[in-house]
Design a protein around this ligand. Structure first.
Ligand SMILES: *Cc1c(COP(=O)(O)O)cnc(C)c1O
Length: 230
């Protein structure tokens, strides 16, 4: 089932790229495997998937250390500074940096491990109170501060759009994140690129692709509903 679902989602992404006049290779599908067992990840891996997303540091560490080395692990959850040590050196991209305090912890751990960590800045475009992420007007200032840290590279922006019945309702949110990334890119800040836009989930990834997503994070649409009781 995982293989068929993956195929379907990839096809939908291809169609969305076509509608938007984008090249298919501009968009990477991240299979969000949080709460899902190793066997399901292996199934996706055997179908060719190499990008997986996890939102808990310990869970990502365990899966990373169990599975093949050529997987790109994306850390997409809220990251506490005391868990940074599990993620730095294991995640190929940390999507969810929303404070200087967290960036400093990533900087310190990256320096210790003698590597450079690629990160995205998480933006709460929808202004949802329950969500993490910066307000739009705080992003440039934080980007400027983090850009001075030598073991971190800012690659772009990420947002989590609200859950909606009709994906069209989130189009304006994706547009706003894209506009913000174009704006920040135009400032030519040293050590900062805005090439990556992580937006779109099972309910709305096609709209996100139409609006410029380069990474979409799809869980349910590939692995089925999550069971948090186990
Ligand atoms: C769980 C999660 C997803 C995937 O959500 P689905 O609706 O299952 O596709 C994407 N992004 C983040 C940050 C998540 O936590």
């Amino acid at each position: 089932m995982v293989k068929e679902n993956l195929q379907k989602v990839e096809e939908n992404i291809t169609a969305a790229c076509k509608r938007a006049g984008r090249k298919r290779d501009e968009v990477t599908l991240i299979a969000v495997s949080k709460t899902k067992p190793i066997e399901m990840i292996v199934e996706a891996y055997e179908a060719g998937k190499r990008d997986f997303g996890e939102n808990k540091a310990q869970e990502m560490k365990d899966k990373h250390d169990t599975l093949a080395d050529d997987i790109n692990w994306h850390f997409i959850g809220h990251l506490q500074t005391n868990k940074v040590k599990y993620v730095v050196g294991r995640a190929s991209l940390i999507h969810s940096v929303d404070s200087y305090h967290l960036a400093e912890a990533i900087e310190k751990e990256s320096a210790k491990k003698n590597l450079i960590s690629d990160i995205l800045i998480e933006v709460n475009v929808a202004h949802e109170e329950s969500k993490f992420g910066l307000e739009t007007d705080e992003v440039e200032q934080l980007v400027r501060e983090i850009s001075k840290l030598s073991h971190i590279r800012i690659k772009g922006l990420m947002t989590i759009a609200p859950y909606v019945e009709n994906a069209e309702e989130n189009r304006k949110i994706f547009r706003e994140l894209k506009a913000l990334s174009v704006d920040i890119s135009s400032k030519n800040i040293d050590n900062v690129s805005m090439d990556v836009l992580s937006m779109g989930m099972t309910g709305d990834y096609e709209v996100a692709v139409e609006e410029g997503a380069t990474l979409v994070r799809v869980g349910t649409g590939i692995f089925g509903e999550r069971d948090y009781s186990i």
